[in-house]
Design a protein around this ligand. Structure first.
Ligand code: G3H
Ligand code: ZN
Length: 285
């Protein structure tokens, strides 16, 4: 069942767990997440970045996710990840996304508020939920690149003002995670999550969550994180499985045989994450 981002995160907030938001680019990734969510009875968010939409086409992504939502009996939200372009965001809304992210975090506070408010007004008028970002999350996520020096943590008081003025449904915060593969162990500021959570009413989102130790993620959920984004770990599972299959079977040319173990490995990765986030068994319809 396709639901809005707001509905899925409201349930997580009411029951104190985090929903896994997994990045999708093709059918096999979507099927892997569907298998995991269905088996564990977990609500999930399937999210596509602007890069994924450029690669697969918005119509394919939308049709695949809508089909998934008809085939499996768990709540699913279709979300645009890191929307930086006004036209791209509108395109997703028109195509049936139930949630969009406006990422205007590279701008100064006032401009971030102005751009976010504009998207909130349009998206809410057609029942689509909105996530925004405050603070700058380091690393690279498709077209969003933030160097270590540019990365800045979210200020709790600013977050309060931002959430109230924009009317967003969820807020991505910068608390020490980064997009992509970590060089060392990430240091996540759990106290800051608690402080932000105590003054911001909407659910909080953790980006750059691949490679973050599981006890840290559990603490982040305990501190108030309600949506956890995973992309890199799915890519690594996909690429690792394809590489080992091809090196063991160099003469195989059947895409089905090459991709099947990759799909299975991605499903296993997603299942592991769902259990850590505490969303297993939480599907309410
Ligand atoms: O927006 C997507 C995520 O924040 C993914 O981050 O690639 O580090 O898992 P990740
Ligand atoms: Zn992200």
């Amino acid at each position: 069942m396709l639901v809005t981002g707001k509905e899925i995160l409201q349930h997580a907030d009411d029951h104190q767990y985090a929903v896994g938001a997994f990045n999708v680019n093709n059918m096999e990734i979507i099927q892997a997440i569907a298998e995991a969510a269905d088996e564990l009875r977990a609500p999930v968010i399937l999210q596509a970045s602007q890069g994924a939409i450029k690669y697969a086409g918005v119509e394919y992504i939308t049709a695949l996710v809508k089909t998934t939502a008809e085939l499996i009996d768990v709540p699913i939200a279709l979300h645009l990840d890191h929307g930086t372009d006004f036209e791209e965001i509108i395109k997703c809304i028109r195509n049936g996304f139930t949630s969009v992210m406006i990422d205007a975090s590279k701008h100064e506070l006032e401009e971030n508020i102005r751009l976010t408010k504009e998207i909130v007004r349009i998206a809410h008028s057609v029942g689509v939920s909105v996530e925004a970002e405050l603070g700058k999350i380091g690393g690279t996520e498709d077209q969003v690149v933030v160097s270590e020096a540019e990365a800045t943590y979210t200020d709790p008081e600013e977050a309060k003002v931002f959430a109230e003025e924009t009317g967003v449904d969820s807020l991505a915060i910068a608390v020490g995670t980064a997009h992509g593969v970590y060089k060392g162990e990430p240091k996540v500021d759990i106290e800051r999550i608690k402080q932000i959570d105590s003054v911001v009413k909407v659910p909080l989102v953790l980006h750059g969550s691949s490679g973050v130790p599981y006890d840290t993620l559990e603490n982040a959920v305990g501190a108030g994180i309600r949506k956890i984004n995973i992309d890199t770990d799915i890519r690594a599972s996909f690429a690792g499985a394809v590489k080992s299959f091809v090196s063991e079977n160099p003469d195989e040319i059947d895409p089905r045989k090459i991709l099947k173990p990759a799909r299975q490995r991605m499903a296993d990765t997603v299942k592991e994450k769902i259990k850590v986030f505490g969303s297993d068994g939480k599907a309410w319809k």
